[in-house]
Design a protein around this ligand. Structure first.
Ligand SMILES: [Zn+2]
Length: 356
């Protein structure tokens, strides 16, 4: 749930004198950033749901990793603020361009705005090359076929072609499921036999095996993680030397992590990598995920929740990839999440360099 409150939008239309049809449009919108946050109390939100008795020990380490990175790098918060600002500009510009064709697609004396992030074309399929690092005591324990399956799951989930899109009973929200227009291709696989029995969320595995071309490729480290961690990701704006996603090897399709072995840990973590927050906003009812078409909630959901599950006076979108539910019970991103993810690929966006 995200409400964009714009300050006074001043729109000046300047029509030139009669002989030509030149029209200039100046669009000046203030972006409200008052709800922006980066630091979270990740232990607190988990305690909030502690009594559910579900698989609370299976978690994502993205927010605690972010807290660590913020503490180590005082410039990161400002960088993330700037990325968020541009994202909101993008969404505002997209709203303003609706029904008018796509801006940025050519000159011809059309318009001029002072918004410095223009919407990327809605019909542009963004293809992200993915480089896998398999880091295990026996790196062949993850097969090429499993990696191909993982890629297929990412492609299905991000394009809304996943087959579990309409589980029985959960008819609401189905119209909010969207094709993000983002797909994934295999860039390469590196296998590393490593005696480390398990890794944490402190980026040690990335430091041991650095990313390959992180400005143009998504790097995914597949390894064993301790402490119930399913995975963690780095948000846009972080250090390129640790950019990417780490996932538990047994979360790959066909892996041994029961209830979490359909490949959706990767879908969740890649969502973070593309700037999505957890759907409950990592806080109480008033803390937001910065997405306008997701409901407010006060904590993660676990297991396979009954529908409707109501928190903060609204029905939770427990089937969203950015919740903590079982792989078999999640099936969607929303249009608002799509816009957020695509914003970082627009001109001036933090992952613009991934567009060829
Ligand atoms: Zn997460």
């Amino acid at each position: 749930m995200k409400k964009l409150f714009f300050g006074l939008a001043s729109i000046a239309l300047l029509f030139s004198a009669c002989n030509n049809d030149t029209k200039e449009i100046t669009l000046d919108q203030e972006i409200d950033m008052s709800d922006f946050y980066v630091y979270t109390d990740s232990a607190d939100d988990l305690a909030n749901k502690q009594n559910t008795g579900k698989d609370i020990n299976k978690t994502c380490g993205t927010m605690s990793n972010l807290n660590r990175l913020l503490a180590e790098n005082p410039g990161l918060e400002k960088k993330m603020f700037d990325i968020e600002y541009k994202t909101r500009q993008y969404i505002a510009a997209k709203g303003n361009s609706s029904g008018k064709g796509k801006p940025g697609g050519g000159s011809g004396g059309g318009g001029e705005t002072d918004i410095d992030v223009l919407p990327i074309q809605d019909n542009l399929n963004i293809v992200i090359p993915v480089y896998f690092h398999i880091v295990l005591q026996n790196a062949n324990d993850v097969s090429d076929a499993q990696i191909q399956s993982q890629l297929r799951v990412l492609n299905d989930d991000f394009s809304k072609t996943n087959t579990n899109l309409l589980p029985s009973g959960a008819t609401n929200f189905i119209n909010d499921a969207t094709n993000t227009g983002i797909s994934f291709s295999l860039a390469g696989i590196a296998r590393h036999n490593d005696n480390t029995s398990s890794w944490g969320s402190n980026d040690a595995v990335k430091n041991a095996y650095p990313p390959v071309s992180p400005s143009t490729q998504l790097n995914i480290w597949v390894c064993n993680l301790g402490g119930g961690l399913l995975g963690y990701a780095q948000f846009p704006g972080g250090n390129p030397s640790t950019d990417g996603v780490v996932i538990l090897y047994s979360s790959l399709p066909g892996g041994s992590a029961s209830n979490y072995n359909l490949g959706r840990t990767a879908s969740h973590e890649v969502g973070h990598y593309l700037n999505l927050r957890h759907i409950w906003g990592d806080g109480r009812c008033r803390q937001d995920d910065f997405v306008e078409d997701t409901p407010t909630s006060d904590g993660p959901n676990y297991g396979c929740p009954a529908y409707p599950t109501v928190n903060c006076s609204s029905t939770d979108m427990t089937m969203n990839y950015m919740d903590y539910t079982y792989d078999s019970c999640m099936y969607m991103f929303t249009d608002g999440q799509r816009n957020r993810m695509r914003a970082i690929f627009a001109a001036g966006g933090s992952r613009e360099s991934m567009i060829p």
